[in-house]
Ligand binder design. Structure first.
Ligand code: S5P
Length: 268
């Protein structure tokens, strides 16, 4: 199916090239799954891409938790991810002022040169988005920023007032790809979708086929319910990378997300 037809208003109202790249990718792969690849060795990460790459639309990294990181090994991993037709998403959760965030896109990890997407908190104000976009611009690349509007962890401080402010500032900003919403609470997610409208994508961590509480305050909801509530991508970590068979689990998440996406279109 063509991406414009599949995504409807999300496609027609979002002109950020990276957002459209994601929507096309999801249709090509028949998956709304982003793998949170939270393994701490290069071998573990490479193995994951080999095993589950076909079932994913994007690969989410935390570059600073890898024990044996080297620039060369990371470049090879990114090439592998591109060959597997995946967007690369560094979950850096930037939060500083615009000018420093721009500089933090370079440095040792040089995130601007390989990440297609990054996360940011809007606590320092909207200039952070301009700073991150300028970071990509410094190396002639384009990318998209996902703003944390909600979080999945218990006791977090992103209350409904804060969420509303993030949405108000972010939804008309051209450099914003979308928002992180709380996948563990479909009711909260529905409200978030209502506030955002179709203009931006919502990606949701805190989803697992086994719902309930995870480690250290993480909370999980059902992937299908998250998509029906307005999520455009489910971010799944331990549900895949800690499974006995990551490939089987990744396939199950891909099917659950894609079926829910088609179900959502029927009721819209
Ligand atoms: O609110 C959030 C935002 C994010 S980006 N809650 C989260 O859990 N995340 C990220 O999603 C977190 O950094 C981790 O990489 C992933 C969830 O992993 P899981 O193992 O709990 O599925």
């Amino acid at each position: 199916m063509q991406a414009d037809e599949a995504w409807g208003g999300r496609w027609s109202e979002n002109h950020l090239p990276m957002a459209r790249a994601y929507m096309e990718m999801a249709c090509r792969k028949k998956s709304l799954v982003c793998l949170a690849a939270d393994r701490s060795t290069m071998a573990g990460l490479n193995q994951l891409i080999d095993e589950v790459g076909p079932y994913l639309a994007a690969l989410k990294t935390h570059v600073d938790l890898v024990d044996d990181w080297t620039p060369e090994a990371w470049a090879a991993l990114c090439s592998k991810a591109s060959a597997a037709d995946l967007l690369i998403f560094e979950d850096r959760k930037f939060a500083d002022i615009g000018g420093i965030s721009r500089k933090q896109m370079s440095g040792v990890y040089d995130i601007r040169s390989w990440a297609d997407l990054v996360t940011a908190h809007l606590i320092s104000g909207p200039d952070i988005v301009d700073g991150l976009q300028a970071g990509w611009g410094d190396v002639g690349r384009e990318g998209g920023v996902l703003l944390l509007a909600q979080m999945s962890s218990r006791g977090n401080l992103l209350d409904p007032d804060y969420t509303a402010k993030v949405v108000a500032l972010g939804k008309s900003h051209a450099g914003v790809f979308g928002f992180i919403g709380n996948g563990s609470r479909p009711e909260e997610l529905k409200l978030l979708r209502k506030a955002i409208g179709d203009a931006k994508l919502i990606w949701t961590p805190g989803v697992n086929l086994a719902v309930g509480d995870g480690e250290m305050g993480q909370r999980y909801g059902d992937p299908r319910e998250a998509v029906l509530a307005g999520s455009d991508c489910i971010i799944v970590g331990s549900g895949i990378h800690k499974a006995e068979s990551p490939a089987l689990q990744a396939k199950a998440y891909a099917e659950a997300s894609w079926n829910a996406f088609n179900e959502r279109k029927m009721v819209q």
